[in-house]
Design a protein around this ligand. Structure first.
Ligand SMILES: NC(=O)c1ccc[n+]([C@@H]2O[C@H](COP(=O)([O-])OP(=O)(O)OC[C@H]3O[C@@H](n4cnc5c(N)ncnc54)[C@H](OP(=O)(O)O)[C@@H]3O)[C@@H](O)[C@H]2O)c1
Length: 340
């Protein structure tokens, strides 16, 4: 397939800031896969908070480091061309992938490293597949980092049964973390808004705290349990260590997925003082192996993706604005198929 002269629809922005209104619909050349890359005909992509945070300029001037930039890292579609040296995929393979930091997902075609592309089982739709690379793999790695055994299906496997707290359990990452911890037999406490308590309970949380109540804000378990592990997804600016310390077990670990400067300072102080309770700032770089693992779990019915909303590429800005509002229940998907 000759790609260089062919064009595609895409959505891009050309400077920092501006939110959904700064997204522009354009026609650009279809990218050509370089050595080690695959070209994917996109079926779906998912918008994550990182997409619009980078647009805001939180990682300025490194990400994005050039404009215009086609955002969205989570890709799902079909391989239509192989770059030099790629033998692990063939044209026609259905895949999911992450293309970080290159992005490119808000387009009809996108490239990704073959080494960061995973086969998509037939049971996993493109929309569901697009939910997995960042959100599900982050949930998986965060639990592992917190020392939570994930031998799903065997009541906690070789690891001890733990008390796990997941904050923002109704969000993209949190709803996967609840399911993974619960399926492995751990006791899960979750925070979310009152409207999502039923959903989060249905995903496997056995205690649900409304974050708008004093108990919820204090992360206090109704049964008085202390947490061995916390997957902290709630993007609460500056939730201090003092909010976690009283509710942690002796050697409790908080994995902070939205760490600010104070979190890094706390983590450093704890290292030098050999503190048993620990805060671990974490940025996850999803691997092919972990993408395969979560896609396999979805195919086997052990994990499910909750989708907040689906938007055609022609209205991608609506999904972007919804993500920026911070109240998504599950994942926000943009689809590239035929549009009415
Ligand atoms: N470090 C990493 O590698 C990594 C990877 C992925 C994501 N993240 C970060 O992790 C965070 C979560 O990501 P996400 O994709 O799950 O976000 P998301 O889907 O946009 O989260 C939205 C959800 O958060 C809930 N929420 C908001 N404030 C809350 C609070 N104070 N307590 C409990 N729930 C609250 C909302 O509930 P209501 O609608 O009821 O308010 C909503 O359901 C983001 O900051 C993201 O940037 C980090």
């Amino acid at each position: 397939m000759a790609t260089s002269s062919r064009r595609m629809r895409a959505v891009q922005y050309d400077k920092y800031g501006g939110g959904a209104q700064a997204l522009k619909h354009v026609e650009v050349p279809i990218p050509t896969p370089k050595k080690g890359e695959v070209l994917i005909k996109m079926e779906a992509g998912s918008i994550n908070q990182v997409d619009w945070k980078f647009q805001k300029g939180v990682a300025r001037p490194f990400m994005p480091n050039k404009f215009p930039f086609i955002p969205v890292y989570d890709l799902a579609g079909e391989v239509v061309e192989l770059g030099r040296g790629v033998s692990s995929f063939k044209v026609g393979d259905k895949v999911i992938a992450i293309n970080f930091p290159g992005g490119g997902g808000l387009a009809e075609y996108a490239v990704a490293q073959a080494s960061r592309t995973a086969p998509r089982p037939p049971e996993v739709s493109a929309a569901v597949g697009a939910c997995l690379p960042i959100a599900a793999v982050t949930a998986l790695v965060a639990l592992r980092t917190a020392g939570v055994s994930l031998d799903a299906g065997d009541g906690g496997g070789g690891g001890a049964k733990k008390n796990v707290l997941v904050t923002a359990a109704s969000g993209g990452v949190g709803h996967f973390a609840v399911q993974l911890a619960s399926a492995a037999g751990h006791r899960v406490t979750a925070t979310c808004g009152a409207r999502n308590a039923g959903l989060v309970g249905g995903l496997g949380a056995d205690e649900v705290l409304d974050y708008a109540t004093p108990e919820g804000a204090a992360l206090r378990s109704p049964s008085g349990r202390r947490y061995d592990a916390v997957v902290h997804c709630a993007a609460v600016a500056g939730l201090p260590w003092s909010a976690f310390a009283p509710v942690l077990a002796d050697a409790g670990v908080v994995v902070d997925l939205t760490p600010g400067a104070a979190a890094f300072a706390t983590a450093l102080r704890q290292r030098v003082t050999f503190s048993r309770k620990r805060l671990v700032p974490l940025f996850v770089s999803p691997t092919k192996e972990d993408m395969e693992l979560v896609a396999g779990m979805v195919a086997e019915g052990k994990l499910r993706a909750v989708i907040e909303s689906r938007h055609p590429l022609s209205r991608a800005e609506e999904g972007w604005a919804r993500s920026m509002a911070g109240h998504a229940t599950g994942k926000i998907i943009v689809e590239m198929g035929d549009e009415q």
